[in-house]
Design a protein around this ligand. Sequence first.
Ligand code: SF4
Ligand code: FES
Length: 248
Amino acid sequence: MRIHLRVWRQAGPQAAGSFQLYTAENISANMSFLEMLDVVNDQLITKGAEPIAFDSDCREGICGTCGFLVDGRPHGPDPCSTVCQLHMRRFKDGDTITLEPWRAKAFPIVRDLVVDRSAFDRIIQAGGYTSVNTGGAPDANAIPIAKPVAEAAFDSAQCIGCGACVAACKNASAALFTSAKITHLALLPQGQVERSTRVIDMVERMDAEGFGACSNEGECEAVCPKGISLNNIATMNHEFLRALLRNG
Ligand code: SF4
Ligand code: FES
C-alpha cells in the first residue's frame, strides 16, 4: 500500500508546530501502525531528516505508553484497542491519515506525537497506593475476597494510564483514569485504611493538575482501550461524598 500521512511536527515544548506531509511506500497490510511509522522513520533517517517522535514500549496493548490521535480519534478507529495494536489492514491503499498528539493543557507536548503524562503519575502519588503491609504473595492471597468483588476490582485495575480518556474529553477531564484507580482500591480490603484520604487527595491533585470537570458525555469510555466503565466515575463521586461526610 501507499499511505499518505499528515503528521504534527513540533521540535519542542515551546516551538511552533505544524502538519507535515509524508508518503509511506510499500506498506504491508500485516504491519502494525507503529511498524509503518518505523518504516517512515527509517526513510527519514536515511535522508538525514529528523524521525517522527512517538512513544511506545510493549507494543502489546498492556503498558499504556503509546497513544496519539489517528484521524482525530485516540488510538485510532478500532474499539478497545491501543494504537500499537492497530494494523495497516484497517486502511486502504492511497488513504491519507492525520496524526496528532493528545491535546490537553495538563499533557504538554514534548515533541511531535509525544506528550508529558507525568500529571497522571502525580495523581497516583497523591493516593493511588496502599501503605498497609500485606506481607508476601501467599499472605495477601489468604485474605478472602468474594469473586464478584475481585472481578470488579480487576475490571477497574485494567486501566493502563494511556491518557486517551483525557484526549477524547472536551473538558480534558481525567475523571475516568482517576476513578478507575480509586474504585479498584476502594473495593479491596487492602484499600480500606486509606479509603477516605485517598479519594480526597487524588481528586484534589487531579484538579490541581489542570484537568477539567467530567463532561458527562462518555467520550472517555468510548475510546478507552481497556473498556473502563463510566460507573467508575459514579463510584468516585460517591466515594468523595462519603469521605467528606466521614471527615465532618
Ligand atoms: S481509563 Fe482507559 S483511556 Fe483512560 S488512561 Fe485508563 S486505560 Fe487509558
Ligand atoms: S506500546 Fe504498550 S500499550 Fe502500546
